[in-house]
Every structure is written in C-alpha cells, then in structure tokens.
Design a protein around this ligand. Structure first.
Ligand SMILES: Nc1ncnc2c1ncn2[C@@H]1O[C@H](COP(=O)(O)OP(=O)(O)OP(=O)(O)O)[C@@H](O)[C@H]1O
Ligand SMILES: C[C@@H](N)C(=O)O
Ligand SMILES: [Mg+2]
Ligand SMILES: [Mg+2]
Length: 305
C-alpha cells in the first residue's frame, strides 16, 4: 500500500470510550510501523473541524459503541467524502440494533434467540418473558449493562429502573442460551476461525473481556467440525446480509447441553482491537499479524458515494 496520511478516530462519546482509546492507539501504532503518517483524533462534537484540519487521505474508524458504530459518524464521513474503514451507514445502524439484526437474519435460516425490546421501567416491573433470560441494552457493546436473570427469579433486575442507569431507556429481554461461547471474525468475504471463550467470571462481562487473563480463548475452538462450519457460515451470512464491509465479528452461544444449536447473538461492525480482543487474535492465527491486519483495513477503506 502506498504511504498515506491517515486520521485514526478514537475515544468518542460512548460507554465504550476507554476500549476505543486502547483500540485506536494500537491501530495508530501499527499504521506508523507500516510507514504511514498518522493523526489521532479523540472524537467529540468538534470532529468535523478536526477532520478538516487533519486533511487525511483515509479515515480509520477505531470507535466503538454509540455515535461511532451506529451509523452516525459514518454519515458524517460520507459528507466528508474520504475513504473510511469498516461498514457504511445502513449496515452500521442495523447491526447496532441487536433485535432488528436478528429479525433481519432469521429469514436466512440463522438461529437467533427470541427477544423483546421494551422500555426499561416496564422490564423492571414484570418478567416480559419466562426466566432464564438476559436483560441488556439493545444498542451498546462490551457487555455494558448486561444482566442475567436466572431460572426461578422472582423479580426482574431492579437496576433497570435505577436513576443512574446510563444506557438509554430501550432494553432487550432475550432468552438465555445456556452452553458455550463462540465467536467468528470475518475479513471481507473470509471467515477467519472459531474461538471459544471461557470467562473467569459468571459470563463474558467487561472484566472478562479486558482484564489480562479475564478469560481463556481456545483457538481454534475444540468443537465438532460441523459446529465450527456452522458458526463460520453463519458469521459470513450475517456479514453479507447486513451489508457489512471490512472487518466484523459475530458472537454466538452454542447450546451444547440443550439441542446443540448455534445461536447468533449479534454482529459487531467495529470489533475490538485491544490486546485481549478476539478478531486480531484470529487474524494472527491465520498468519495475518496486527500491522498487516490494520493496514489491510486501511487499504479496504471506501466512501461509496
Ligand atoms: N441470550 C443470551 N444468552 C446467554 N448469554 C448471553 C445472551 N446475551 C448475551 N449474553 C452474554 O453477554 C455477553 C455480551 O452480550 P452481547 O454479545 O449481546 O453484547 P455486547 O455488549 O454487544 O458485546 P460485545 O463486547 O461483543 O460488543 C455475551 O458474550 C454472553 O456472554
Ligand atoms: C468493542 C466490542 N464491542 C467488541 O465487539 O469487540
Ligand atoms: Mg456487541
Ligand atoms: Mg458480543
């Protein structure tokens, strides 16, 4: 790839700001290793002015969560008119909405857990589906606000009605899928591998995701070949049918003690690029080191309109 001037967007205004600062610094470092001129932009409401000042050839979006992964910054980048990494406006907006993503993918034969989107105060008053279920923000990431409601629970989680609840009023109440946790990254049209995640905590929460040693990653996952093939195919189908670009990562639960189905939870259009993140680990497993992965992402950047 020819040497370019690349603006790396990082930080931002989401609940995943700290994660994005780590992803962004790592990606900026990798692009510098590859010889590119890099400007880091910690994104706030002045991002337009900062982009104009930076005058980049390419924008590398290392944001996660609301404003950075949900079509909003992508819309602004379309106006800016320079190639940007990852998915475009529509795919980003759809993928950030977990329940609508599942509805979009079921017609393609993918198993997606039953769920209902509700106002958080209503969900705090009464069980909207029979426990066990998961109550989680419909449009956040890094497991923020994820609450597990076990079988036999008398009441919904009181946290949902707290004044201090910071994740918006819309929650997804989703059937709890017991079993094992799998994930598959996709680069363009290539599913990379299947990782099984074994968290040290009760589930794959923020701590298990980002604390060193917070979870074990088994790569390649020690699962039957048919299960691995099903997860890889489902990740590719999700990437294509949601209309994604560049790198994505799709998360699954394999209901091994139950009926053995592989259930799709969500597709992430801005997967983490931190030292404990899963997509770079899968790329490395396929022989693509971190600088090569990041440079491929920059090279793959586009601005279709
Ligand atoms: N329906 C479910 N059944 C069982 N566990 C679940 C379910 N939904 C979520 N979880 C648990 O919570 C974690 C986070 O859920 P999910 O992947 O939907 O959210 P996220 O916050 O967008 O995560 P990410 O960091 O991957 O963006 C899952 O990895 C899983 O451990
Ligand atoms: C960054 C985090 N939402 C991930 O999917 O890796
Ligand atoms: Mg997510
Ligand atoms: Mg996830």
């Amino acid at each position: 790839m020819k040497t370019s001037r690349i603006a790396v967007l990082l930080g931002g205004m989401s609940a995943e700001r700290e994660v994005s600062l780590v992803s962004g610094v790592k990606c900026a470092e990798a692009l510098r290793v590859k010889g590119h001129e890099v400007v880091e932009i910690d994104v706030d409401r002045d991002v337009w002015d900062r982009l104009k000042d930076a005058d980049p050839d390419i924008v590398f979006n290392a944001l996660h969560g609301e404003y950075g992964e949900d079509g909003r910054i992508q819309g602004l980048l379309e106006y800016f008119g320079r190639p940007y990494t990852h998915s475009g406006v529509a795919a980003s907006a759809l993928a950030m909405d977990k329940e609508r993503t599942k509805a979009a993918l079921r017609p393609f034969g993918l198993d997606c857990p039953e769920g209902v989107v509700a106002d958080r105060f209503e969900a705090a008053r009464t069980h909207l589906i029979e426990p066990p279920y998961v109550a989680k923000p419909n449009d956040r990431g890094s497991s923020v606000g994820v609450l597990i409601v076990p079988e036999g629970a008398n009441r919904p989680p009181a946290e949902l009605a707290a004044d201090s609840w910071p994740y918006g009023d819309e929650v997804l109440i989703e059937k709890f899928i017991s079993g094992r946790e799998l994930t598959v990254a996709v680069m363009d049209d290539r599913p990379l591998a299947v990782t099984e995640i074994v968290p040290k905590t009760a589930f794959y929460d923020y701590e298990a995701k980002y604390a060193a040693g917070g979870s074990d990653h088994i790569l390649p996952a020690d699962v039957p070949a048919a299960v691995a093939a099903q997860a890889m195919q489902a990740a590719l189908t999700a990437h294509r049918e949601i209309g994604c670009r560049g790198l994505t990562r799709t998360d699954f639960r394999w209901d091994e003690p139950g009926d053995g189905r592989v259930w799709l939870l969500e597709i992430n259009t801005q997967p983490g690029m931190t030292p404990t993140s899963l997509a770079p680990e899968q790329a490395a497993h396929c022989g693509i080191d971190f600088p090569d992965l990041v440079e491929w992402m920059a090279e793959d950047a586009s601005c279709p309109r």
